[in-house]
Design a protein around this ligand. Sequence first.
Ligand code: PMP
Length: 399
Amino acid sequence: MFAHTPHHPGDPILSIQGHYRDDTRPAKANLTIGFYYDEQGRVPDLASVVTARDTVAAHPRTPGYLPMGGDPSYCAAMKTMLFDAEPGSPLFERIATIQTLGGSGALKVGADLLKGLYPQASVHVPGPTWDNHRSIFQGAGFEVGTYPYFDAETGTVAYDALLSHLESLPEYSVVLLHACCHNPTGTDLTPEQWDEVIRVLQRRHLLPFLDLAYLGFAHGVDEDRYLLRALVQAEQPFLLAQSCSKIFSLYAERIGSLSVFCADAELARRLHGQLEAAVRRNYSSPPAYGARIVDTVLRTPELLLQWQDELNGMRERIRQARVALGEALARHDTGGYDWGFLQRQNGLFSYDPGLGKTADRLRDEFGVYILPTGRICVAGVTSDNTETIARAFATVMAG
Ligand code: PMP
């Protein structure tokens, strides 16, 4: 039995974490995994979340399974937060939302739903993208294609190639779009570009599946919802996988949501039923704790304000880390290397395939860990390690 089990090489990002932990050099820096770190290099407990935890602890609920779609109060609060949809409004009724196990769980349940509804469709993800996108959609039985996204020559979105690729896809193809803070490139479309993409999606009858793991990390909660608002405005049905992992610093609670924006309320109810059926087949129902915490933050006006401040603070800290690293690099001779990408890119990550080629040297000579693809988690840059990182980057790029 089991003799044919193939070896699993491990997740390329997660397996680096072990090497980093075992690295005994004091001046080491981990810029690999996508965590938001505070200025002390810790994954923070947000004050709004700590208070919400106390509230939840003070009001324990009778244990029992949640409904398949999760905590109804959390789902309603999430719908309002994401779509500005007030309960009872026509818009609210047109959105089917369930609680999910993080953003990954939302992608998986969404993928299963789509496989049931559009068994012949293929899914198209940007090149490059978060590795797990491909695995999740393939795991649901889809063929996964790649559309051009990043132009490494110019360091910008390969916009013309992206548009003409979308034009060439068969009708009813699923197109995965990063709503903001594209992982790994940190390079997003402008509102005008999104508008044009939406026109192509509509003309070609393509189905957008949005991934929103970094709401508020690019420009702000309002600005970062441009794509989903524009899709609603355009009356374009879509799926939205959303994660609370980074934005509430609740990685281990596995909390997120999946929403489907539908043409009318009756369809939304049917979609909700199908989402529940997909959950039932996977894990039956989600855990309660993370949903209660997030629901408490979103429904308590002071906590909501405090969380919004904390989210703005996280974004601002990353922005400052980008500036500080850029300034430190400017004090070194880096052979004329253009570090402008650090300031241009949004969110947790910066991306530079040229720098990625030096990942082994950065690790071996300096204890600075980045991904060999060139993805750098800028949130890992703190005032304590900025100089170490700048010196390492400068040395490997200068010669
Ligand atoms: N989508 C993207 C683009 C991500 O970067 C991540 C997390 N790294 C996820 C989805 C998954 O989020 P979660 O950890 O909540 O499952």
